[in-house]
Design a binder for this molecule. Structure first.
Ligand SMILES: Cc1cc2nc3c(=O)[nH]c(=O)nc-3n(C[C@H](O)[C@H](O)[C@H](O)COP(=O)(O)O)c2cc1C
Length: 270
């Protein structure tokens, strides 16, 4: 019975979460921050390798700059706590070097493999799963949060700002803070009906009728480029937006550098 009650509390927490972008200036205590990090680090991690690093940004100048480099979002500068989740293979490759692993590969006549695309995706999985744990722990403490995907933009600037080496990629950033006013006043955003998101055994492509039903609860009000329906609106507002173009450029650079097999000591080529 106690387990059920506890479980219901966790479920309530998860299904009532909403993104919080406006923060009360009350600072988080060190204990709260440590609890959020502890929860993040208890997330599952591929092979228990912990292929991520969590970077806390406390310097106000850096926060102000992030508010600009991450697609001009002023709430970033005002967030009491900012954590950047870095997909990180550098730590292991630095350790392999210290362990003279390349020398052993040479002795054995084997190729010393450097990280490739798959390692990047796996490290991103680790970092994002840890990030979501942090969000849920914060929620349990009454602290709101907002993901910032735009941290993937401007890779050259972010590398310089945070001293990021070759095999470290900022996959997401999260702003945390106590909500200004009551969190419950922030509307819960609709989701598509489950039947369009969860399939049984086989993938199903949707037809026009499915899409009509799928969007019944969605209202998109962007007035953009003569768009007449949600598909056209979302395409122009999101997929063809300037920030998306910058994200695509930036991520392409990051992947190019990540898979560069010449072992240059993990430094970037900018
Ligand atoms: C990967 C990812 C990136 C996001 N990036 C941003 C962002 O840059 N700025 C922002 O204000 N919200 C961002 N969000 C929050 C989403 O806009 C938000 O989750 C979505 O609108 C649904 O609202 P809800 O979280 O309240 O359910 C991001 C969320 C995710 C998962």
């Amino acid at each position: 019975m106690d387990n059920l009650k506890q479980g219901q509390g966790t479920l309530e927490l998860i299904i009532n979460r909403r993104t919080v972008r406006s923060y009360n200036q009350k600072q988080l205590t060190q204990k709260e921050i440590d609890t959020i990090i502890h929860g993040a680090m208890r997330a599952p991690t591929a092979g228990n390798l912990m292929l991520y690093t969590i970077l806390q940004v406390t310097d106000q100048e850096l926060k102000d700059k992030l508010a600009i480099t991450c697609d001009n979002q002023p709430h970033i500068a005002k967030a009491p706590l900012i954590l950047i989740f870095l997909a990180d293979m550098q730590r292991w490759w630095d350790y392999f070097k210290i362990c003279k692993t390349e020398e052993l590969c040479n002795d054995l006549g084997e190729v010393f493999e450097t990280p490739k695309e798959a390692d990047l995706l796996l490290a991103c999985c680790d970092a994002l799963i840890a990030a979501q744990n942090a969000v849920i722990v914060a929620e349990a403490l009454g602290i709101g949060s907002c993901y910032i995907g735009d941290i993937m933009e401007n890779i050259e600037i972010h590398r310089k700002m945070f001293n990021l080496p070759q095999w470290v990629f900022p996959i997401t950033m999260i702003c945390f803070g106590y909500p200004k006013g009551t969190k419950e006043k922030i509307p819960l955003q609709p989701r598509f009906p489950q039947k369009f998101i969860k399939f049984l055994n086989k993938y199903k492509r949707l037809d026009e009728q499915d899409f009509q039903e799928m969007f019944l609860n969605f209202k998109r009000s962007y007035d953009i480029k003569k768009a007449e329906n949600i598909g056209q609106k979302v395409y122009f507002a999101k997929m063809a937006a300037d920030y998306t173009k910058e994200m695509r450029r930036s991520v392409r650079v990051a992947i190019r550098d990540w898979i560069n097999s010449e072992n240059n000591g993990g430094k970037c080529n900018d």
